[in-house]
Design a binder for this molecule. Structure first.
Ligand code: PMP
Length: 481
């Protein structure tokens, strides 16, 4: 392995290795979105997809490895161990292949098969750990990564702590944007995960012009926009803790964006501009549109798009997936219409907290005349609901029959599986089919729990339809929005 350029390449436009193709990504105006949204300023995208691994994370992957070589933490032929299933893994695998290192990625069995296959395609070793074990369990993701690092005397980049993550963007992304915009940039909008991109790029841009506004686009619920860290569906951005590169003082504004807006924006940008972007790109563009609408005509708003929509064909760009989470409406008479037809005095979502005693779950069911309840944390407010399981009248009866002391047991110790889910915009027909094998469904709207749907609800709905008294469906975006 040599870092010297082959003499035969002098005077040509040929890169000496794939690593030389990291960075120098293009910038493009979002012309059609601007016209449609009545945006007068320049709204432009820094499009990171042309990096060899298809994402912005190639930049920190290279920088972290070069720094570890320089410090001696990574020796020739050494091993890199990192718990990641995402874009950073791809970046590290590319740099490792080129510079002769072995790579081991540790991920949970929640990661999709395609992500595992992608890393293996680069020759990396992937160790899959069960997600359903406590962090202190030797089989857990964290413990396995720790053990492998020690056993193989490996280098652990640790992108959440490693200062070279943000440095990569100070050295490359920031100067590129400054040069490409001829210093005319006035606003920089980006999502934040490890915060490497926004902090590194933001620091460089402010060093050139302190008036440039740095705006973080954050998923609703993430700690950066003041949330509790509850789960959301968009991948790669938002956190439930503050990573080392987080620098809130650098941010002039934080805009919280819902999963629904992120996904619908990603789809819309892909279809309107022909720029295929992922969910976190959608989060950033949604925030950038808000900023650009308010900006002066002379302003230049730059939005950072970290990766491609290709990695999200089975989620953001999958109709079934989107409909099941209640992001799309498939029909006129949907599940939402069944809920609307219900007695308005019934609360939409009845639930029990995981730590409440069984006796209280029974009391809630009895007082409301229902036979099952989802088990949810962080509620109310209900938009924060995080579902962990369900309780069922029949199963609780059997539990108490076996052990009367179970009345005071915490619900989470005896609860059953989560209820199957259906989207508020999915067909009533589908609800009928699903309810043949389960007594209740959890209805999702915008990715969050909305209500529980039972056979009784369907019967009342069909009765009201027969009597011609049904209410109109809910107003959700149509498929393909
Ligand atoms: N989007 C995606 C898809 C990502 O993988 C990441 C990296 N976690 C980000 C956005 C955020 O970048 P950063 O970690 O530099 O904050």
């Amino acid at each position: 392995m040599t870092d010297e350029r082959h003499p035969a390449l002098e005077g040509t436009e040929i890169a000496d290795s794939i690593l030389d193709l990291i960075g120098e990504t293009p910038m493009v105006r979002m012309r059609r979105i601007s016209e449609e949204q009545g945006i007068e300023c320049s709204l432009v995208m820094k499009h990171e997809v042309t990096n060899p691994g298809g994402s912005s994370k190639d930049r920190p992957a290279l920088e972290m490895i070069l720094a570890a070589e320089a410090s001696g933490e990574l020796r020739p032929g050494g091993t890199i161990v990192e718990p990641t299933s995402g874009n950073t893994g791809v970046g590290l695998a590319i740099v490792a292949a080129q510079r002769g290192y072995s790579c081991v990625f540790v991920m949970t069995d929640k990661a999709g098969k395609e992500k595992v296959d992608l890393l293996r395609a680069y020759g990396a070793e992937v160790v899959v750990c069960p997600v359903a074990v406590a962090p202190e369990d030797p089989q857990s993701y964290y413990k396995v990564a720790e053990r492998l690092t020690a056993e193989r005397d490996a280098f652990r980049p640790n992108q959440y702590q490693n200062p070279h993550n943000a440095v990569a963007h100070v050295k490359t992304t920031g100067p590129e944007i400054w040069r490409q915009t001829a210093g005319r940039i006035t606003h920089f909008v980006a999502g934040a995960g490890t915060c490497g991109s926004i902090t590194g790029t933001g620091r460089y841009l402010k060093s050139q012009n302190p008036d440039i506004r740095i705006i973080a686009a954050d998923p609703e619920g993430s700690v950066f926009s003041g949330g509790s860290g509850r789960p959301y569906l968009v991948e790669g951005v938002g956190e439930d803790f503050f990573p080392a590169a987080y620098d809130g003082d650098l941010w002039d504004e934080v805009i919280a964006i819902s999963d629904e807006e992120s996904f619908l924006t990603a789809r819309h940008v892909s279809q309107t501009e022909g720029i295929l972007i992922g969910g976190s790109g959608g989060t950033a563009v949604a925030a950038a549109i808000r900023v650009a609408r308010e900006a002066d005509p002379d302003d230049m708003v730059v939005v950072f798009n970290p990766d491609s929509g290709r990695g999200y064909l089975s989620s953001v760009f999958n109709e079934e997936w989107m409909a099941n989470f209640g992001f799309l409406r498939r029909c006129d008479q949907c599940v939402g219409a069944v809920l609307d037809a219900r007695n308005a005095s019934i609360e939409n979502l009845l639930y029990v907290n995981p730590t409440q005693p069984v006796s209280e779950a029974i009391e809630i069911m009895r007082a409301n005349g229902v036979s099952q309840l989802p088990v949810c944390k962080n509620t109310p407010p209900f938009a924060n609901a995080e579902v962990s399981g369900s309780v069922d009248e029949l199963e609780l009866m059997e539990t108490i029959h076996r052990d009367p002391g179970a009345m005071s047991t915490e619900v989470e110790k005896v609860m059953g599986a989560k209820l199957p889910t259906i989207g508020v915009g999915q067909e009533v027909e589908l609800a009928v089919q699903m309810l043949e094998t389960t007594p209740a469904l959890l209805v999702l709207s915008g990715g969050r729990p909305l209500s529980v749907l039972t056979r009784t609800d369907l019967l009342s709905y069909f009765t009201s339809v027969a009597e011609g008294t049904e209410l109109p469906g809910t107003d959700l975006p149509t498929t393909g929005a």
